[in-house]
Design a protein around this ligand. Structure first.
Ligand code: P5A
Length: 442
């Protein structure tokens, strides 16, 4: 793609209304535009990145056998009355009345709706287990929406729901999701720590938040550093391996404020291993047994005809929040570097362009074709800005690989630069090999 042909509204200065770096950067490079408090339009660049995140999440959900469906954003109040959450949810729920005076709402989450879908089609224990998810917009009328997409009112979430016959099976489903989450965040080059957490309005007695470290995070965290040394590759989806995984993680102290106990922390974690910092919650998983299946009568028949309530869990990932969270984690010293799997383009070509000399443009064109032929997604800055302005701009856009075409040189080698490293001279073939390897190694 040529930047001159794209909708790419970049601002010269940091917008003053933004307090944290992800919000500033997202407005500055035209990833999003605020439409009203906590509600954003996603512009082409921001959407391209969010879609890549969405896809990683989708692939990892599919790998554990979860099936995608799509529920609506607007729900009927009836099912929420059945579960008892219509009143409990309070002012965060956006309530709407349609022309027939029916009470509706913009879904803040989907436990009720999925349970309603399940109960109307699944009747026998033989159809269990089931694992369903969707990627859909949610609305929560947060009192203080802030930090851009990090705490929005409208936000994109992946929410999955599992249905099992017994507690033991249900915990196994929970553990599968736990492993899928570790793998999902790892593909985004994020170190997310699973932390024992409170269950809040979702309910249940087993829950983990997945938190990434970032100074601007809203959660204070207390952890044993050694938790970062656990390797996710060591685990697979076998029941025993999943149990081992949970044991390995549970060995280490890792909690957010609400679960923090000073005495416990100091007793269980050597001071040299203590990590006290801030983090961003990018995912949250819950096991709540029959909290919804019981009041909503989501039962299955056992062999003898006896009916039992299914055991359920729900599992969320903040897809739109992750766009901001990645910037918080990866934007340092005025250079943004998107992980290759999330980056809007694989490589950028930054040519110095002289008005009356088309040599560099022609050279760019050739390289562009060669890269594209190899399925490498390229963004070319074909504007007439000077090279240092282009480099500054691309430090914000964050494409991890660059080819810089400056003064004419009598060589076939190109100036290749990993965005946060020194330039090196490489042939086009070497550059292609390098990027292909990076993309396939994940
Ligand atoms: C789990 C899936 C739930 O809603 N029900 C369905 C459960 N959990 S949660 O923790 O409340 O939300 C899941 C994830 O969504 C993100 N998130 C937000 N992102 C942006 N703005 C918000 N206001 C917001 N609220 C929640 C978080 O990443 C959270 O972990």
């Amino acid at each position: 793609m040529y930047i001159s042909k794209l909708f790419f509204p970049i601002l010269r200065e940091n917008p003053t209304e933004a307090k944290i770096k992800s919000h500033q950067l997202m407005l500055r490079v035209g990833m999003v535009k605020q439409s009203s408090a906590g509600i954003y339009s996603w512009l082409p660049l921001g959407l391209k990145i969010m879609k890549k995140i969405e896809n990683i999440v989708r692939e990892e959900q599919n790998k554990i056998g979860a099936q995608e469906l799509l529920m609506p954003t607007i729900q009927s109040a009836e099912i929420w009355k059945e579960s008892g959450r219509y009143n409990d949810y309070g002012e965060e729920m956006l309530r709407i009345t349609d022309r027939q005076k029916r009470e509706m709402l913009y879904g803040p989450t989907n436990e009720e709706l999925i349970t309603e879908i399940f109960r109307s089609s699944i009747k026998s224990y033989k159809s269990l287990p089931q694992s369903l998810y969707h990627i859909q917009w949610k609305f929560r009328d947060e009192l203080r929406p802030r930090f851009g997409v990090m705490r929005g009112r409208e936000f994109l979430m992946k929410d999955a729901y599992t249905f099992d016959l017994t507690d033991k099976d249900a915990v196994n489903s929970y553990n599968k999701m736990y492993l899928a989450y570790l793998k999902t965040f790892k593909r985004m080059e994020l170190a997310a720590i699973p932390m024992a957490a409170d269950t809040g309005p979702i309910g249940g007695n087993l829950s983990h938040e997945f938190v990434i470290l970032a100074e601007t995070g809203e959660s204070k965290i207390f952890a044993d550093k050694r938790i970062f040394e656990i390797k996710t590759e060591d685990f697979n989806l076998d029941v025993d391996s999943l149990i081992k995984m949970r044991n390995d993680f549970d060995k280490y102290y890792a909690v957010t404020d609400d679960k923090y106990n000073k005495k416990d922390f100091e007793k269980k974690v050597l001071s040299s291993n203590q990590l006290v910092t801030k983090g961003i919650e990018v995912g949250h998983i819950f096991y709540f047994g029959d909290k919804y299946s019981k009041p909503l009568k989501a039962n299955v028949d056992l062999q003898g005809g006896k009916k039992v309530s299914v055991k359920m869990g729900s599992y969320g990932i903040g897809i739109s929040r992750l766009v901001g969270a990645l910037i918080e984690a990866k934007f340092n010293n005025n250079i943004m570097k998107w992980p290759i799997e999330v980056s809007p383009y694989d490589i950028a070509i930054l040519p110095m362009i002289n008005k009356n000399d088309f040599t560099n443009l022609e050279k760019t064109e050739k390289i562009y074709k060669e890269l594209t032929k190899n399925n490498i997604d390229v963004l070319v800055d074909d504007t007439e800005e000077n090279l240092s302005a282009k480099i500054k701009k691309f430090n914000l856009i964050g494409i991890p690989n660059q080819i810089i075409i400056g003064q004419r040189k009598e060589t076939d080698l190109l100036e290749y630069k990993e965005i946060d490293k020194k330039s090196q001279n490489l042939s086009i073939d070497k550059i292609i090999q390098k990027i292909k390897k990076e993309k396939n190694s994940i």
